[in-house]
Design a protein around this ligand. Sequence first.
Ligand SMILES: [Zn+2]
Length: 282
Amino acid sequence: MPGSARFTIETPLGPVPVQSRRCPACDAANTDVPGGPYSRPPWLIKTCPSCEFVYLDPVPLHEALNDTLSWEKSRESENRRRASERPRTYRLSQIFRKRNRIFGRRNIAELVERRSRPGNIVDIGCAEGGPALSLGPGSVPYGIEISSGLAAAANERFAARGGRCVNASALEGLRSFPDAFFAGAMMRSYLEHEVQPKEVLTELARTLEPRGAVIVKVPNYGSLNRRVTGYKWCGFRFPDHVNYFTVQSLGKMAEESGFSVDFGPFGAIPTSDNMWATLRRR
Ligand SMILES: [Zn+2]
C-alpha cells in the first residue's frame, strides 16, 4: 500500500510495525471513520461508509507477519485468549474444526479439479502443502506462501510432482507467473488475511486461463452466528483477519476483479460461519 502512514504499536507479543489502510474494496481513505463495536483497540474494525466493506485498520506490515506475529505465534496467543474467554464453546469449536479440516481439505482439492481443466493448480497461502497434496494425477500443484519455513516444506513436496512453491506475498508470487498459466486455484482461509485482496484477485485473474475456476473459502461476516454471538464470533481474529466478507462484498469484489461468482445452493448458508464460492475467470 504505497503512501499509507506507518507506525509502531505495542501488543502482548511485542512491538508491531503497522500501516493505516484505505478501504480495500473502493479505496476510500476513511481516515476519520471510527472503529465499530467489534474493534479491539488499537485494531479497529471499520465499515466503509461508501461501499459497506468491513475491514481492519491499521494492519501489521508483512515483515511483522514473518517475525513478531508469525502465524504460528499469533495463532497460539489467539487460542489462549479464546480458551480463557469462552472455554466451553471454544472446546466445541476445536472439535468441529478438526472434523471440518478432514472434510475441508479433501473437498477443496476435489472441488477445484471438478471445476477446472487438467493442468496447473495454485494454492494461495498453501502453508506446508495442505490440500494441494491431495490433488489427483491430472494436476500439477503450485503454491504461494509468505512464511519461509512453510514455503520450503511445500516446495519440496510440490517439486516431487513437477510444481513448486514461491516464498512471497500472494501479489508478488502471482506476478512471477505468466498469463493464463493456471487451470484453477484455491483460496482456503486465505482471503480474510490478505491486505490487498482486490489486487490479488485481479492478478490471479491474469494468471488463470479463461474460464479457470477459483474455490474460495472465507468466514461469512453476514452469518447468523456473528449476529447472535457478536464480538465473540469465531470469525474475529486480531490482527490476523483483515477483511470481513459478506456474500455481497465478496461477490462485488470478485466481479470487479474479472470473475463471475457462484455460491451454489450450499455455499452461503446463514447458519454456517464460513462461505464457499466458485469464482470463474470471465
Ligand atoms: Zn469502500
